[in-house]
Design a binder for this molecule. Structure first.
Ligand code: ZN
Length: 125
């Protein structure tokens, strides 16, 4: 029996790691507020009134390298990747793991499509 990890194991580990991180993060959706040199990412909440908000990230400072400011681009990306996205990806990855539970270490073409992402997530934790 091989000691190598099965693809399903790697996928499930990554799915669980991503799901835990997404659940601990501030609930989405998130949106970008401000422009260019005073960009923030805020949680979108219907129950917050009177100018209050939950700040997710503040990306202050002008980036000379970019006309629009890299901070704004980063904020847009952060907002797009809120926990709703992480939970959806984790859910799909767990489903694929379940479907390929019996695969050997080599996996199949379907597994191999997901393994780079799973290894990226596993390698960061
Ligand atoms: Zn497979």
């Amino acid at each position: 029996m091989s000691m190598e990890k099965q693809p399903a194991e790697e996928l499930l580990q990554a799915a669980n790691t991503l799901l835990a991180a997404a659940r601990e993060a501030t609930t989405g959706p998130w949106k970008v507020h401000g422009r260019w040199d005073d960009t923030e990412v805020r949680q979108v909440r219907d129950d917050l009134v009177g100018g209050r908000f939950n700040q997710i990230a503040a990306l202050n400072g002008w980036n000379e390298a970019s006309e629009e400011g890299a901070d704004h681009h980063n904020a847009r990306y952060i907002a797009m990747m809120d926990p709703l996205v992480g939970i959806a990806v984790a859910d799909r990855m767990a489903f694929v793991a379940g479907e390929h539970d019996g695969d050997g270490p080599e996996g199949c073409d379907d597994c191999k499509r997901w393994l780079p992402l799973a290894r990226l997530i596993n390698g960061r934790n």
